[in-house]
Design a binder for this molecule. Sequence first.
Ligand SMILES: [Zn+2]
Length: 266
Amino acid sequence: MKLIKNDKLECQIADVAEVAGYLWQRGWAERNGGNISVNVTDLLTDEEKALPAISERYPLPKVMNALKGNFFLVTGTNRRMRYVASHPMENMAVIRISDTGDWYEIIADNPVRPTSELPSHLSMHDYLKGRGIDNKVVLHTHPTDLVAMTHNRAFLQPDVLGKLLWSMIPETRVIVPKGLGIVPYKLPGSLELADATIRLLDRYDVVMWEKHGALAVGGDVIECFDMIDTLSKSAQIYLQARAMGFEPEGLTDEQSEELRKAFRLV
Ligand SMILES: [Zn+2]
């Protein structure tokens, strides 16, 4: 039974399901790889916000000051993206953060426990919202080509990989204007990983986790996917050139600067 019948929320669920399908089709979401969370507070009516919980209260590891009383649509723990695509609300839940910011409960539609990465997703939402940024989405996935590139130590220095990917095709600089941050390897799901990521979110649109995956933040789940997809396109161009036996020349710094000015990029 649907606990919330709300067109705006349905549209958001459809967007997440669409992106989940792309992640699976791209081969970036093996088994239960990846997770998505969306702040849906603005989409719910007061009546929906007051719905009774369908779960117990689950503690959060720290107080999420900027998220008190907020609502999130989140993919479920151990749930596969391919099934989020085909049966979204059997594999996602809507959760309510308490007014104290230190626990949450599920309010719809099924008692699907959120991703084990929920604390780290919420830490990022909390940080961005606390800074006055209207961020809605955190999207994490495992893009094969981009992850492969993080196995090269030379690409782990700040701005080396981002600059290389910008230089493969003009579009990348335009779609991912702030570039790509790099987080050195840390235990998946740890708050340490979340904290290291948060430190880069002011400067970058997308962050790569060494030997693990990509994370994008933004106002729209489709745009978060598009940023990672565009970076992956650049990675593919690089890899194909290398497979043909040469190092790709890349756009020059002058050409990149010309793009920045022409498109009034940051
Ligand atoms: Zn992951």
